[in-house]
Unconditional design. Sequence first.
Length: 222
Amino acid sequence: MNDVPETRARNTVVAAALDLFATQGFEATSVEQIAQAAGVSRSTFFRQFGGKDDVVFTDHAVLLEQLREFLSQPHENPWAAVCEASLQVFRHFAADPELARRRYGVVRQVPALRDREIVTVFQYERLFDEYLRRELPELDPIEAVSFAASVTAVHNHVLRRLLRGTKKVPSSVLSDAHDALMHRVGVHPDGTPPADDDVVVAVFPRRMPAAEVARRLGSQLS
C-alpha cells in the first residue's frame, strides 16, 4: 500500500485534474495544465500516472492491488471475503463522496472513459471469480462467476446511488444487500433460516426397508 504522503500527493493531482476536466473538458486539458494546476512537474506527473485517463482511474488501480492482497490472506468463509472486498471499495469512495461524484461526472461525459470504466468493473468481477475458484476447487465455475457477478452488480447499484445523489449512503446498505445475497445462495457465515423448500438429508439404518425410507423422506419433503 502507498504511504500517506504519497497518497495525498496523488489526490492533489487527481483533484486538480478533475477541476480542469469539469471546466474546460477532458480532451481540451493537457498534461502540462494538470501538472501546473497541481504544482508538480511534468516528469512527476508521469511517474505517478501514465496519462490523463489514468488520473481518473488511479483509485481503482490501487484498490485492485489492495484487494488482491486482502484475498491472498486466509479467510474462514470465501463468500463473505468477496463481500468484504466489495465493501472495502465502497467505503473508499464513500469516504470522499464529493470527489467520487466529480470523477463520475467526468466519466459520464467521455465515451472512452465510459468504456474503460466497463473494463475496470470487469476486473473486480474477474478477481472475485478467480478467488472463489481458487479457494473452492470443487465449485461449479458457473456458481463462482454468478456469485462474483452478483456481488459486483449489487455493489455498482449501491455505489451509483451515492454518486448520483447528494445524500450520504451508509455502507450498511451494501452490507445488508450482501447478507441477503449470501442467504439466497445459502452461503452466509451465520447460516440460513430453514425454508419450506429446503432439501432434507437424512441417515437411516441399512436394514430399514427401502419403502419405509421413501415414505419417511416423502413425508418430510411434502
